[in-house]
Design a binder for this molecule. Structure first.
Ligand code: GLA
Ligand code: ZN
Length: 651
């Protein structure tokens, strides 16, 4: 397993470079990411190139056996470029150009930007093509599918629609543009969503397509860069670093043409309190692993107190720096790169702390990092091992967009509901895959598919086939609501899934922050909220597992189970408290024959990585206090943020 650091040689005088690299080597740093914002230092004037400093620092790392990931510096074009091409500055929703000097100040559809960016990447990749120290390339930095609203991008958006629908009549028909006199009679009438109106005020069909376009457009830019890198450095691995941002691209499509997934992982430094917080880091990591269903890299990892985008947060508690890195390994990362080596003394980000403080005196956090490097060295043979899972949770970019466009009720959001299932499964010490809805399902015993809102007929077919062949499926409220255009399906819900789950929704109550009571047939009671589907069981073999126990629909079915083919399909019509899922999933896991661990305390995570000759079980305590429990008949005690690794080769 590799531990690395993000390093900005351009921020420090040359006198820092050798001492820094020496200390990195001594500490056990295996990889360094550099240059993703350094365009003005690589080309201070048009046609002038100054790669020598980068050659020198790469050489310093080469001599010390430290590998390098180079970022393409395209996030920040230099001032000379912006001066020459003022219309290459992206335009915001307010129809005004964004300020220069923050970052990301470039429209990636501007031909002169693409020409200059392409030239820079061409030169960099050619220069380092034979440099064995450079092992990977990061495209740009934290790209988001947030669209530029300039004329050129608007044209591109119209062209995307033209390609997809051919003519305006089809767009009018599939968007339902007769509502509010929204019919288009010329292509020029189609604009991106200007203004700061809530997305829900606009036509949801138009908005979903716009989100899809913004994602496709970003991906086209990624592919443009990847093509140049691959041509010149066919052996190098290519990635881009993503995070959970407001305008997420479709992760599955983003990485389809790249070699590995990179994720920027900044777990909050405040000690996690409820399940929604303490399992959320693990959830993000599993989602990242699921994108390509293979090992991934954390390209930026928590190193110190965060600050700068917001007032500073708490300093990392002892154990967090090391614990959260090892947690990433436990969930499938093969490399973790810490952001950043040293805290910046200038620039907007001077309070986003690195491993070493402004004082340049390595302190407590650095000591912990040294220890982490030592532990990671001992895990060499775990790299590349797999996380095998019998359970998968489905995720889809379309649903993510559609729920953001039209929030369904107070307190309800897509990732939130997915996480309720994830957290309940974590309590049973399981490896959990989170995969795209388009993925192959064979090999899993249990598929949890929360809120299958925007319907893809192929996915529906696949889920029927999965259950028919003996699989177990869990579906929830807000499934089968929309067709692929994001318009409502004119059938009783859950429309295409009705036969599969053997029930239909008679009425629904978006209860939001109010609460209702749910009573299981076994007498157990739980609190639910957000949403209540009032269900009518219809199939010959449909069983009612739980009913509402409050409101005027007291006694109506809330959760059902149906036999279909050789398998079983569950439908959960409401959003319960955490314990409800823990309770229900225990029964489901038993019926699926999935082995699980009982009695794990809150905050404790267990995952297993399996290789040809080795298995390693990771026990992690994501709490600020000691956790004690019995596992395989042995008493285990974990310190705050401690990771214990049990290897099959060491008893
Ligand atoms: C992101 C960016 C970094 C830096 C960190 C800390 O992850 O990629 O450049 O800004 O956040 O804020
Ligand atoms: Zn633009």
């Amino acid at each position: 397993m590799i531990i690395g650091v993000d390093y900005y040689p351009e921020h420090w005088g040359k006198e820092f470079w050798i001492p820094d690299a020496d200390l990195m080597r001594k500490t056990g740093v295996g990889i360094v990411r550099m240059a993703e914002f350094a365009w003005s230092r690589l080309s201070p004037k048009e046609g002038v190139y100054t790669f020598e400093w980068l050659d020198e620092i790469i050489g310093i790392f080469r001599e010390r056996g430290i590998k390098v990931i180079l970022g393409t510096p395209t996030n920040c074009p230099p001032r000379w470029f912006c001066e020459k091409y003022p219309d290459a500055i992206p335009v915001g929703r307010d129809a005004r150009p964004n300020p220069i000097g923050i970052r990301g100040h470039r429209c990636y559809n501007h031909p002169d930007f693409l020409r200059h960016a392409g030239d820079m990447i061409e030169r960099m990749t050619k220069r380092y093509a034979k440099e064995k120290t450079v092992v990977a390339w990061q495209i740009d930095n934290e790209l988001e599918a947030n669209f530029c609203f300039c004329k050129r991008c608007t044209e591109k958006y119209r062209a995307w629609l033209k390609e997809k629908y051919g003519d305006l009549e089809s767009i009018n028909k599939f968007y339902g543009n007769e509502v509010w006199s929204g019919e288009y009679s010329s292509w020029e009438q189609i604009d991106p969503p200007f203004g700061t109106y809530p997305a829900a005020w606009l036509n949801p069909a138009y908005m979903l397509d716009f989100n899809r376009f913004a994602s496709d457009d970003m991906i086209q830019y990624v592919d443009f860069q990847a093509k140049i890198i691959r041509r010149n450095c066919p052996e190098a691995k290519i990635t881009t670093n993503v995070w959970f941002c407001e305008n997420m691209p479709d992760f599955y499509k983003t990485f389809a043409g790249l070699d590995f997934v990179s994720f920027d992982n900044y777990p909050p430094t405040k000690i996690p309190e409820d399940a929604g917080q303490f399992y959320s880091h693990a959830f993000h990591l599993d989602l990242m692993r699921g994108i390509k269903r293979q090992g991934f890299c954390v390209m930026e990892e928590l190193s110190g107190e965060p600050g700068c985008w917001s007032p500073m947060g708490r300093m990392p508690y002892p154990g967090m720096i090391s614990g959260y890195s090892l947690q990433a390994f436990a969930h499938g990362a093969d490399a973790v790169v810490h952001f950043r080596w040293r805290t910046a003394v200038s620039g907007a980000e001077m309070y986003w702390h690195g491993l070493i403080d402004h004082s340049n005196v390595p302190g407590r956090r650095f000591k912990e990092f040294e220890e982490l490097c030592r532990v990671a060295r001992g895990l060499k043979d775990i790299a590349g091992t797999q996380i095998l899972s019998e359970v998968a949770i489905l995720y889809s970019a379309d649903n993510e967009y559609a729920f953001k466009i039209q929030p369904q009720t107070n307190g309800m959001y897509y990732l939130g509901q997915i996480r309720l299932f994830y957290e309940a499964l974590m309590k049973y010490g399981l490896n959990i895959d989170i995969i795209g809805e388009q993925e192959e399902l064979s090999g899993y015993k249990l598929i949890v598919a929360p809120e299958m809102y925007v319907t893809d007929p192929e996915v529906v077919k696949k889920l029927y086939a999965f259950v028919k062949k003996g699989g177990t499926l869990v579906l929830t409220n807000r499934s089968g609501v929309k067709n692929k255009y994001n318009n409502c399906i004119m059938e009783p819900l859950p429309a295409p899934y009705r036969e599969l789950v053997g029930c239909c929704v008679l009425e629904y109550d978006p209860v939001g922050y109010d609460h209702v009571a749910v009573r299981f047939a076994d007498g157990s009671n739980y609190r639910a909220g957000q949403w209540c589907d009032i269900l009518k069981p219809e199939g010959e073999e449909t069983k009612v597992l739980a009913c509402y126990n409050s409101e005027f629909y007291k006694g109506s079915a809330a959760i059902t189970e149906n036999k279909y083919g050789s398998g079983t399909a569950y439908y959960i019509g409401t959003v319960g408290e955490q314990e409800m899922y823990v309770h229900l999933l225990e029964k489901i896991l038993q019926e699926c024959g999935i082995a699980y661990i009982e009695g794990l305390p809150d905050h404790v995570e267990i995952t297993t990585r399996t290789g040809k000759d080795i298995t390693a079980r990771f026990l992690f305590n994501n709490a600020g206090e000691v956790r004690q429990f019995i596992l395989d008949g042995k008493e285990i005690s974990l310190q705050p943020f401690e990771m214990r690794i049990e290897r099959s080769d060491i008893k």
